[in-house]
Design a binder for this molecule. Structure first.
Ligand SMILES: C[S@@+](CC[C@H](N)C(=O)[O-])C[C@H]1O[C@@H](n2cnc3c(N)ncnc32)[C@H](O)[C@@H]1O
Length: 255
């Protein structure tokens, strides 16, 4: 694993507690919740649950991952009443390329109140992304909520405005991120998460637009902006800050 969350023990625990608080706020996580931490790695979120709640636990924390060494560590160090870990041997191009093609979340339908996948879709191809989004929908209980992120897309945009270096790499990351947000919109029609996905898809497309400009791909750049506009239009989100930014750029281009 990499990234700033894992640079030392303090950061590991701090980011875990931060994410538990986010889940409380955004997904109604509480001591009665059944939580599925999909792609749990070494169980960072389990540490956050243990540290944050007065009882040291919730109804059920279930961590699932494809890496046996990480699940082995979590089982040895974090298993306690209310906590369990499952290793699934399914394929992931980066983390478990020789795994089986069958996709599973290792849970029953309607059995999850809070679904959490932090930096898991960031490392997944589009076909798997669409299929897993559907499985998440089936796993959630009637009031269940999912918190998923697509890693660096938005931070990257800030980084790019500061130091313009790897435009090609950033360009493909942005395009890839926008595809995933659009897949999310298509998988959860009618859900409030779709509005957020629309804004993020548009933000990623605007990020790609800036990179395309720097790479001299003027035609592609304009296409990306128009695509961003139409993604927002699907959700009537034009008035969001990213919608206004898109309109500003288009009018500066005389469109
Ligand atoms: C960047 S790590 C994030 C770990 C953890 N979510 C965290 O924030 O500390 C991504 C994790 O997703 C896991 N993963 C990738 N594909 C998976 C799949 N299909 N099922 C379960 N876990 C998966 C990887 O093994 C890896 O541990």
């Amino acid at each position: 694993m990499g990234g700033k969350h894992f640079k030392n023990d303090d950061a590991f625990v701090r980011t875990a507690v931060r994410d538990v608080k986010r889940l409380e706020r955004l997904a109604d996580l509480n001591e009665g919740s059944r939580l599925l931490d999909w792609g749990c790695g070494a169980g960072r979120l389990a540490v956050g649950v243990r540290e944050h709640f007065a009882s040291g636990r919730i109804e059920e924390y279930h961590g699932v991952d494809v890496q046996p060494d990480l699940i082995g560590w979590a089982r040895e160090n974090l298993t306690a009443p209310g906590y369990r870990f499952t290793c699934v041997d399914v394929a992931n191009e980066r983390y478990n390329p020789a795994g089986l093609p069958q996709r599973t979340l290792a849970t029953d339908p309607d059995s999850v109140d809070v679904f959490y996948a932090y930096s898991v879709f960031s490392h997944m191809n589009d076909e798997d992304t669409a299929a897993y989004l559907k499985l998440i929908g089936q796993a959630l209980s009637a009031q269940g909520k999912a918190f998923v992120n697509w890693g660096r897309a938005i931070c990257l945009r800030a980084e790019i405005s500061q130091s313009a270096e790897d435009f090609e790499g950033a360009y493909s990351l942005f395009v890839n991120a926008s595809d995933k947000f659009v897949a999310a919109m298509d998988s959860f029609p009618g859900s409030s998460a779709v509005d957020e996905a629309a804004r993020l898809a548009a933000a990623a497309l605007v990020g790609a637009y800036y990179c395309a400009g720097s790479l001299g791909l003027q035609d592609d750049a304009l296409e990306l902006l128009l695509e961003a506009e139409s993604v927002l239009a699907r959700r009537d989100e034009q008035a969001s800050s990213i919608g206004l930014e898109i309109q500003e750029i288009l009018s500066s281009l005389g469109r």
